[in-house]
Write a protein that binds this ligand. Structure first.
Ligand code: G6P
Length: 528
């Protein structure tokens, strides 16, 4: 198989193959004790603070659980992608994206695990129809008429549910729900029904079903009707919209969505904050909610570092250094995504250079960002706005030998992105809202310079750190406040080296305490 990147968590793809067999994965696992009881459970059991004995005991029980029980995973994107090779033959590639890649290495080569995913484009449809083999994964594909799938995926999931989850609508121009949206909602329901049908066919009596993300919320209720014997868990990888956001959806839509989720045995979230919003929305709008649990996704530090120090990444370190010289470096890497607040981050940098002229020509901002969801109009506009902002700042301060912002905004290039994180003095992660943010975790483990992390308080990762008492390992910012962000960048670049080192070490320790295996185990606990 070749390897392909997709959407989130730049190094998440690198998690593939880290663990190989599950045995390896769980040797390092520690019981986090996630149990859905109707109340929100914070899960805080860093590896470092739990004794080896407790870890070993849970390894045995969880291995047994996974080894024996039938497990069905359902997600819109699966762990493999299909692409048409030069000869027209279909090639199988590993998918990127934190969701698929966090899970994939943990369930690879397990005959008791079935993974159900959408055929997301024409090549996927062809592959599904001709049953192209997917080594390592027992795949089933849900297929739909492409125009109907587009309505479900783009019009409902990306444009409506994503916006509700992140609180993006301004209320003045958007949202507006018309007859097209009603039709799109029917397509979305059809997608969810097809998934429920596929799960019904794949899951043996009493099996465990893990359903992923905002594309498939209706599956809970649909399955409860058909298959009350199954243990079903849903996990939301984004934030969740509170009652005010959910009320903006057509009433019948928000009610169907929340009833769908209430049909699961448990609903999981990266942080308590998103879980609470889900509960509030459900309780206010339909007076019914699934039990919730909190389980932030982690990364595997060793594997991330292995990829970040590949020969290609090393070459990029040299190339970037040739561009920025010995100047200090602020770094970011993201998909071009409305939630990432990329323009505002550059504005904050502009403000810092304006107020601290002594830093001009002493720092470069290396931004490695890559296109996503280009079918959604707002994303195209945002991409242009980013380019215009970078041009403006480079023209304002740039000199013959200094380019204030070094922008890469072509196709995703993981080695280059990781090289940028490696050489950074400050990493900027400033989303307006983010379910978790794996890039922040990746930066913390690959950086070689004790970089300070300027982190939006609106990310799930900030909440995760705060819940673990590690909030002071980062410089927290309000992502809407460009002055505060500018101040934080300035502080990151000028704080005493020993303070920065202490913070970076604390941050790394917090990230290393929890890997994807903890997350998977939390799902299995929630299903019990
Ligand atoms: C983001 C979200 C994930 C989601 C993914 C889908 O990264 O955080 O929760 O699953 O987007 O991306 P896609 O490219 O498939 O729309």
């Amino acid at each position: 198989m070749t390897f392909e990147r997709a959407s989130l968590g730049l190094f998440a793809a690198a998690l593939l193959g880290v663990f190989g067999a599950l045995g390896g994965a769980f040797v390092r696992a520690i019981d986090t004790g996630a149990t859905p009881t109707g109340a929100v459970h914070a899960i805080e059991s860093p590896r470092a603070s739990v004794g080896a004995q407790a870890g070993a005991a849970s390894v045995v029980s969880d291995l047994a659980h996974l080894a024996e029980d039938a497990l069905v995973i359902a997600s819109n994107r699966g762990p493999v992608n299909f692409a048409e090779g030069a000869s027209g033959a279909i090639e199988v590639r590993r998918a990127g994206g934190g969701l698929a890649t966090g899970l994939a290495p943990l369930v690879e080569n397990r005959s008791n695990v079935t993974w159900i995913a959408s055929a997301v484009d024409g090549v996927d449809l062809r592959a599904a129809r001709t049953r192209v083999p997917t080594p390592g994964f027992n795949m089933r594909y849900v297929t739909m008429d492409p125009a109907r799938y587009d309505l479900a995926y783009n019009h409902v999931a990306n444009e409506a549910l994503w916006f509700a989850a992140h609180g993006f609508w301004d209320g003045v121009r958007a949202p507006r729900f018309d007859a097209t949206f009603r039709d799109a909602w029917k397509a979305f329901r059809e997608l969810n029904r097809k998934f429920a049908g596929a799960i019904d066919r794949a899951a043996p009596e009493g099996g465990t079903v893990l359903v992923q993300d905002y594309h498939l919320p209706l599956v809970g209720d649909l399955l409860r009707e058909r298959r009350p014997d199954l243990r079903t868990v849903h996990f939301t990888h984004t934030p969740f919209g509170g009652p005010d956001e959910m009320r903006r959806l057509p009433a019948a839509v928000s009610e169907e969505l929340l009833h769908g989720m209430a049909g699961f045995d448990a609903a999981g979230f990266h942080t308590k904050r998103w879980a609470t919003r889900y509960e509030q929305s459900s309780n206010e709008l339909i007076v019914r909610a699934a039990a919730t649990y909190v389980a932030p996704l982690g990364i595997d530090p060793d594997n991330v570092r292995r990829i970040a120090t590949s020969a290609e990444a090393d070459r990029w370190v040299q190339d970037l250094r040739a561009i920025v010289g010995d100047r200090m470096v602020i770094s970011r890497t993201d998909r071009i995504e409305l939630s990432k607040n990329i323009v505002s981050g550059f504005n904050a940098y502009d403000d810092m250079l304006e107020r601290h002229p002594e830093l001009r020509n002493r720092v470069s901002f290396v931004a490695s960002i890559f296109p996503s969801r280009e079918a959604v109009e707002e994303y195209g506009k945002y991409s242009k706005q980013i380019e215009a902002t970078v041009d403006r700042i480079n023209q304002k301060y740039g000199t013959a030998d200094w380019q204030p912002i070094v922008l890469f905004n072509d196709a995703s290039n993981m080695p280059r992105a990781m090289a940028g994180l490696r050489i950074a003095d400050a990493v900027l992660i400033n989303p307006v809202r983010d379910g978790l943010n794996l890039v922040a975790k990746e930066g913390a483990v690959v950086n070689e310079n004790h970089a300070a992390l300027v982190l939006s308080r609106e990310t799930g990762f900030f909440d995760e750190l705060a819940a673990a008492g590690k909030g002071d390992a980062v410089l927290g910012i309000n992502p809407f406040d460009e002055t505060e962000t500018s101040d934080a960048l300035y502080r990151a670049l000028t704080m005493p080296k020993r303070t920065r080192t202490r913070m970076a070490k604390q941050l790394r320790g917090a990230v290393e305490a929890r890997g994807p295996e903890h997350w998977l185990r939390d799902q299995l606990h929630a299903a019990r």
